[in-house]
Design a protein around this ligand. Structure first.
Ligand code: MF3
Ligand code: CO
Ligand code: CO
Length: 263
């Protein structure tokens, strides 16, 4: 099926869903501290979505082909966990790096965003990995404009990660998003400039690089969801949902607490 461009009404709804996803991350931020469990962060987010925002948590019971239903409302991925960490009894401790990935549905449309958090004082490597991964996401975003190609996005991300001695996870990618959580196209976080799908105004997709401090290889835990680095090295991820505009991009997952772009 050909890729559907969003019309102005749909874009307005994507803006709302995106802002609500970002505001949910703002809301949970002060709770991300040593001593809290990832399950508590999930419960706080779930209640905020359902009771305050009137949004639906897209992850809850999400079951793509080959997966069992995801059991929680957000993803919390700690240290060497790459993505899709299932919230539970784990207690956050000083020095942890944590990704919180939220996806809300509002009026039929999805907003998907994740941020990294330091618990207490980060290690030098943890701080650097989180910083470089943020720059990677932004280098990808800054490639977005009509006529650019998806390979330009992937290449910009890969070059920056590898320049710092880090590696790009290959098995998971950004994705088109709209009425469905995961739509075409696939947005790879590696690749070659001048290759891949050409971007057009009205496309909405995520850019969400997963960057490892060590080797790129990953494995899935027995819970059927949590992805970890094979070599147990630290991993980081940031995610925005973006719209291709007539002359560039618009970040849809923005709120008062969105961290500023890197200098
Ligand atoms: N939010 C993730 C993404 O960025 C997907 C999580 S799927 C889940 O695409 F089921 F684990 F929630
Ligand atoms: Co996503
Ligand atoms: Co996400």
């Amino acid at each position: 099926m050909a890729l559907q461009l969003k019309n102005p009404e749909e874009i307005e709804k994507m803006r709302l869903a995106g802002r609500l996803a970002a505001e949910l991350l703002d809301y949970v931020t002060p709770y991300v501290r040593a001593g809290v469990t990832t399950g508590k962060l999930n419960d706080l987010c779930h209640a905020y979505m359902v009771e305050e925002q009137g949004t639906t948590p897209a992850p809850l019971n999400y079951a793509p082909p080959g997966y069992k239903p995801y059991p929680k409302s957000i993803c919390t991925s700690v240290n060497h966990q790459v993505c899709h960490g299932i919230p539970g009894d784990r207690v956050l401790k000083a020095g942890d790096i944590v990704n919180i990935d939220v996806t809300v549905i509002k009026d039929g449309f999805h907003g998907d965003s994740s941020r990294m958090f330091h618990v207490g004082e980060p290690s030098i490597q943890g701080r650097r990995l989180v910083e470089v991964t943020y720059e990677c996401m932004w280098r990808g975003i800054r490639e977005v404009r009509p006529g650019a190609q998806l390979g330009d996005v992937g290449s910009a991300i890969q070059m920056h990660a590898e320049q710092h001695g880090f590696s790009v996870v290959r098995e998971f990618c950004g994705h088109g998003i709209g009425r469905k959580f995961h739509e075409d196209p696939q947005v790879l976080h590696y690749g070659r400039r001048g290759t891949g799908m050409k971007l057009e105004p009205g496309m909405t997709f995520t850019i969400e690089p997963m960057i490892n401090a060590g080797k790129p290889a990953i494995r899935e835990l027995a819970d059927g969801w949590t992805i970890v680095t094979k070599d147990h090295s630290l991993s980081a991820q940031w995610e925005h949902t973006v719209l291709v505009t007539s002359d560039g991009y618009e970040i849809l997952t923005q709120s008062a607490g969105t961290p500023p772009p890197p200098s």
